[in-house]
Design a protein around this ligand. Sequence first.
Ligand SMILES: CC(C)C[C@H](NC(=O)C[C@H](N)C(=O)O)C(=O)O
Length: 305
Amino acid sequence: MNPVIVVHGGGASSISKDRKERVRQGIIKAAEEGYRILRDGGSAVDAVEGAVTFLENHPEFNAGCGSVLNVNGDVEMDASIMNGKDLSAGAVSAVRCIANPIKLARLVMEKTTHCFLTDQGAAKFAAAMGVPTIPKEQLVTERNVKRLEKEKGALKSDCQQDLGTVGAVALDSKGNVAYATSTGGIVNKMVGRVGDTPCIGSGGYADNDIGAISTTGHGESILKVNLARLTLFHVEQGRTLEEAADMALGYMKSKLRGLGGVILVSKAGDWAVKWTSTSMPWAAAKDGKLHSGIDLNETSVADLP
Ligand SMILES: CC(C)C[C@H](NC(=O)C[C@H](N)C(=O)O)C(=O)O
């Protein structure tokens, strides 16, 4: 099986030119990192964790350092990961003061008998696993302080913001698929608000008999339609990845006016990226080629290093 990895950097409205370049470089580096892990014999789970960790550490993306701020100006993060081999899954929500929520989600998956830990329980588990805490200021960027101020000043919140939730899907050489998704959520959210990202079936899904998917977009809408599992259901019914993504995103838009994006890989190694938000930074690596883009009808192809 030829390994494949696809990554996304969330939905976005208008990205400034400067920022676009940084986002483009970041998303490409994340795909390269994931692909390197796969080529070195790593598993699909290793690859999606590696790519998402890279993006959590990148301040331009809404996950880890770079997360948007809640109504109190604090960072509360959600993340989930799933192994398509045995449907094992791990998730954390409303976690604070750690650098990489996706790593904690993987620990939940592999070191507990549970799927999902939240808030204080997740923090206790992190401490027990030796995950270091970091000062909360370390996750807060200048850009996000300004963004919260702007949001609080705004009369009505716009559902489509310039954000950057991150996610990855991968297929490894043994035919195993996995997904990982991580976010700071939505700017100015209530304390304790949990979105789609840590919810298995909404923020993502992975099953070796079908494929893997990671989602981004308006969390409340994604939760209501179970966007990830819904899309894979259409794949199971014989639709192509593109058709399935169009159907599920179309359903979410028509029912709820909710916008979002998805990245997919099938068990056969096909991949697809689709979104209804204005743009979505993405990159895909397969067969030594790196495909990437941000806006509609804009795809570049390059040789992988
Ligand atoms: C407007 C959308 C496309 C922006 C998108 N937001 C999320 O994915 C938020 C996450 N699903 C949640 O609800 O917690 C982003 O961050 O890029």
